[in-house]
Ligand binder design. Structure first.
Ligand code: F6P
Length: 380
């Protein structure tokens, strides 16, 4: 192994740079050259690469605590159905995956490390079937990648949400209000559930448990009866009422094969309904991209470093077509075939769609049991 490349793809998270640094440092120790592919799968198609090094003034020096990604990232760049905007403004979609395979061969990359969530790993799996050596690293604040206990970036997102809940507590208590916090997480409720426990919220509404708003209102009214005239409700952006639909903020135009749905808005709906049902004033806050930006927690720095090192170890062992994972607290690997689940057709839908093989909160998970046992309403 002489030359490897790193590709960061999907929504950014805190910890991207920590993984990049760990891979580059491990590569340097082994005398391997390491390149960054710029702006995710876009850079693979456009041959945009940068040599990474941790030497004095090198681009990978001093990046451990830095938010974002020094090599950029891209959301919804699907090389199997790639969006091309022509000079006249017209848009067409092309399968450019063979060009990407050719580019990797020309550049002489012995392995491409794909840092990303389910969509990124689906494309990585498909490229591996076309002959590229890939090793995945599970990234996303949503914590919904299959076959691993945790993704990097998630812990930071939970910490940011927990801090927001602390801050909402003091203002909510002062003004005797219901404070609703909408958090990200797409179709999984990990961030909402764990931050609700960490922040001492009174209710957590997650996609895995359709909610009855009357049950949440009852919980709040019971608190009021006991003299607690403020409440905190955490709502996952993908939460939906029983028999109802997910709240959609808008749709994108990135072609088939990727999730063009932008979630958002359920927090305001929940706040309005709770105000009507309880007679208490309610306010809604959407945490948004705060959960993705900024410096990683110490936990995420360590997890990202471990993942980077494990990914390089897998590459050196020739275990391509795998994802570095954490299983029961230990570093391990999972085959990308298992990660993509039933979505095995090359070039079929990428990630973030109904066909995605994502890891949702199971109803017997410790977090669900813990939340219920301490009286957090899950809206059911
Ligand atoms: O998957 C990460 C995530 O932050 C989701 O939690 C959220 O729904 C989505 O990305 C937002 O995507 P975008 O950056 O395209 O707005």
């Amino acid at each position: 192994m002489k030359k490897v490349a790193i590709l960061a793809n999907g929504g950014d998270v805190a910890g991207f740079n920590a993984v990049i640094r760990a891979i580059v440092k491990t590569a340097e120790n082994k005398g391997i050259e390491c390149y960054g592919i710029l702006d995710g799968y876009n850079g693979l198609y456009k041959k945009d690469y940068e040599l990474l090094s941790t030497a004095a003034h090198g681009p990978a020096l001093g990046i451990l605590p830095k938010g974002g990604s020094i090599i950029g990232s891209s959301t919804n760049a699907n090389v199997f159905n790639y969006k091309i905007t022509n000079e006249d403004g017209s848009v067409e979609y092309k399968d450019v995956s063979d060009i990407c395979v050719q580019n990797v061969k020309e550049a002489g990359f012995d392995c491409v490390f794909t840092l990303g969530g389910d969509g990124t790993q689906k494309s990585a799996r498909d490229l591996s079937l076309k002959g590229i050596n890939v090793i995945g690293v599970p990234k996303t604040i949503d914590n919904d990648v299959a076959c691993t206990d945790i993704t990097f970036g998630y812990n930071t997102a939970v910490s940011v949400a927990a801090e927001a809940i602390d801050r909402l507590h003091s203002t909510g208590e002062t003004h005797h209000r219901i404070m609703v916090l909408e958090v990200m997480g797409r179709y999984a409720g990990w961030i909402a559930l764990e931050s609700a426990i960490a922040g001492g919220a009174d209710a957590a509404l997650i996609p895995e448990i359709p909610y009855d708003i009357n049950r949440v209102a009852e919980k709040i009214k019971n608190r009021s009866k006991r003299g607690k005239d403020f409440s905190i409700v955490v709502v996952a952006e993908g939460a939906a009422p029983k028999g109802g639909e997910i709240t959609i903020k808008g749709t994108r135009n990135n072609g088939t094969g990727v999730d063009n749905t932008k979630l958002g808005g359920v927090g305001q709906i929940v706040a309005t309904q709770l105000q009507e049902l309880t007679g208490l004033e309610a306010r809604s806050t959407t945490l948004g991209y705060m959960q993705r930006g900024g410096t990683p927690t110490a936990f995420d720095r360590v997890l990202s470093t471990k993942y980077g090192v494990k990914a390089m170890e897998l590459a050196l062992e020739g275990k391509f077509g795998t994802l570095a994972v954490l299983k029961n607290g230990k570093l391990d690997s999972a085959s990308l075939e298992d990660v993509v689940g039933n979505n095995t057709e090359i070039g079929a839908v990428s990630g973030n769609t109904a066909e995605s093989n994502i890891r949702k909160v199971s109803l017997d998970h410790d977090l669900v049991i813990t939340a219920r046992d301490i009286g957090i309403s899950l809206g059911d």
